[in-house]
Design a protein around this ligand. Structure first.
Ligand SMILES: Cc1cc2nc3c(=O)[nH]c(=O)nc-3n(C[C@H](O)[C@H](O)[C@H](O)COP(=O)(O)O)c2cc1C
Length: 547
């Protein structure tokens, strides 16, 4: 940022706001400031997502931190006149007078005796993601320099282990432990992979992290490479993520030019190179072993585990695979220490969680909150409450996630509390629904997704997902078989216990949780006079049509 300027306008440019004309607004702001002779005093800075996702183009004005939303090109002249010539807030498009709590940096809340604020998203919406000097200006690449000069790989792994960081890609596996497994293997070369496939419907946190702060992922991968003794990294990124891809490409080129990637980084004998690999839009390729097959050029089908990627991963070599958000925690943990990280979140699951909050709420968007806060807090304190009607249910963790009823609004969102109830935190999507949504209809749409995405390799998943789709469709039309719910439970349980990979196993989550909490409503879709039967291997209604 330019020191001579007295104010900065941050334009949140991400995949959502680009569609609302953010780039045009940015150009218009620059031209208009110049026309009004204010170019030296007010700087326009491109940044990543500022947070809200249903507010058109979002602008942040600093110092002060007011947020403006839904601003149009025609209003830019008036906005500059009001805000920077007359020095008044531009009321017409004001979204918040000061930076909302969820956008602030780390601070301590004495009422709740907890640390709040952003770790993963601290630079998103604040720095220009396309300019490496801005990342360096906020302490970027310091953690990499520190570990290369002062720490051994084992020491880094201990820091990550002590921090209690768990994977944010869905399974919640302890990150330091995973790193130690890859370190222990002494077959070279080894690889580090960032899983940026993010195919879970409703989840787009990784996209916004990569768009807003691509250098943080590069730095974290280099640290991970040093810790597990790998010299090559891959970012396996979803093909549709054009802006993430562009920004990562630029960031990698800049990091190479500045010597943060390549040979003898920071004058050490550590070499690390990074490549982007573009996925072709298959959901199952986010599953780590299917991802490996895809990366090797084979059909993206899952492999049997064990062996785990830490032992036999890419090209059968030891491989570390971590999610984007998991990695984005690493530089801060290295710089601030593992005990600092434990001030956030819960004992079992320290840190923060980035969520994309969607559905019938007033302020959908991207938030980062301490792990362990409840769904009720998220809906009413961060997402502005229910937009119409009354809360009915929420699906947590994407389409493969559990469907929770009102009585679970106060359960802490963290792995242990949820696991005690048989649920998972999942990938970070929170879909909030009011009374207008029918459970059968919603489940039907979830199952349609799985029918489409099942890779077909194992028959339990291929046939089971189709059967469940048809069952939900019948219930939705009030033509369900008399024993429909029992059959659904049997099939979902069979998938959970016997499907070849976690895709098939996870199909059970939405079905079993809906059956548990919304049985009465689902029953209304059954017709007592209609007898049906379970699918057999030879024949089941429409199963092969969908596969
Ligand atoms: C069907 C399916 C899709 C998945 N998609 C993703 C994904 O897009 N991104 C991701 O990080 N993990 C995804 N996972 C989880 C990965 O298999 C793996 O657990 C994760 O990348 C590990 O990283 P973490 O330990 O940092 O969470 C998926 C799992 C399944 C079963």
């Amino acid at each position: 940022m330019n020191d001579r300027s007295i104010a900065q306008i941050l334009v949140g440019i991400d995949s959502n706001t680009v569609l609302s004309g953010a780039r045009q607004i940015k150009t218009k702001l620059i031209t208009e400031l110049s026309r009004q002779g204010l170019s030296e005093e007010v700087k326009v800075i491109e940044t990543g997502s500022i947070g809200p996702t249903n507010q058109g183009v979002v602008l942040g004005v600093f110092p002060g931190g007011e947020l403006y939303a839904n601003i149009t090109e025609d209003e830019v002249e008036e906005f500059i006149q009001e805000r920077f010539v007359k020095g008044r807030t531009y009321k017409k498009r004001l979204l918040a007078e000061t930076l909302p709590e969820e956008l602030r940096l780390q601070e301590y809340d004495s009422r709740k005796t907890q640390y709040y604020g952003r770790i993963v998203l601290d630079n998103c919406g604040r720095i220009n993601p396309e300019d490496i000097t801005e990342y360096i200006g906020v302490g970027g690449y310091e953690a990499l320099g520190y570990v290369l000069k002062e720490k051994s790989p084992q020491e880094i792994i201990s820091i990550v282990q002590d921090s209690g960081l768990r994977g944010r890609g869905g399974a919640g596996f302890p990150t330091g432990l995973k790193w130690s497994f890859t370190f222990r293997e002494k077959r070279y070369p080894k690889y580090v992979i960032c899983n940026a496939d993010e195919g879970e419907p409703g989840t787009f946190k990784d996209r916004l992290i990569m768009e807003g702060d691509p250098h943080k992922i590069i730095e974290a991968m280099a640290i991970a490479g040093y810790a597990v003794e790998a010299e090559t990294g891959y970012i396996y990124i979803r093909g549709e993520y054009k802006l993430s891809l562009e920004r990562l490409q630029k960031a990698i080129a800049q990091a190479k030019e500045m010597g943060f990637l390549g040979n003898n980084i920071f004058g050490s004998d550590f070499n690390f190179d990074l490549q982007l690999k573009i996925g072709a839009g298959s959901y199952v390729c986010g599953e780590e072993t299917a991802l490996l097959s895809s990366l090797e050029g084979y059909r993206g089908e899952p492999r049997l585990k064990p062996p785990y990627p830490a032992q036999y991963g890419l090209k059968q070599q030891p491989t570390l695979i971590n999610n984007v958000e998991t990695l984005a925690n690493i530089p801060a943990i290295i710089l601030n220490g593992s005990q600092w990280f434990r001030h956030f979140g819960t004992e079992n699951m320290p840190g923060t969680k980035v969520y994309t909050v969607l559905g019938h709420i007033n302020r959908p968007g991207l938030i980062e909150v301490p792990i362990g806060i409840t769904l009720r807090e998220i809906i009413y304190d961060y997402a502005g409450g229910i937009s119409s009607g009354k809360f009915k249910m929420a699906q947590i963790g994407g389409t493969a996630g559990d469907i929770l009823p009102e009585q679970l609004l106060d359960v802490p969102l963290e792995c242990q509390s949820l696991q005690e109830l048989g649920h998972n935190l999942g990938s970070g999507a929170l879909l909030i629904m009011n009374g207008t949504v029918s459970v059968a209809d919603f489940l039907r749409s979830c199952m349609k997704f799985f029918v489409h995405e099942s890779c077909g390799k194992c028959s339990v998943c291929r046939i089971g997902t189709s059967y469940l789709y048809e069952a939900c469709d019948r219930l939705n039309r009030k033509e369900g078989y008399v024993d429909e719910l029992k059959n659904m439970k049997d099939i979902a349980t069979t998938l959970k216990l016997t499907a070849f990979c976690p895709l098939g196993q996870s199909v059970a989550q939405p079905v079993l949780s809906a059956l548990k909490y919304f049985e009465e409503e689902l029953k209304e879709g059954s017709n007592p006079n209609k007898k049906g039967k379970l699918p057999t291997r030879e024949k089941s209604e429409g199963v092969f049509y969908y596969s």
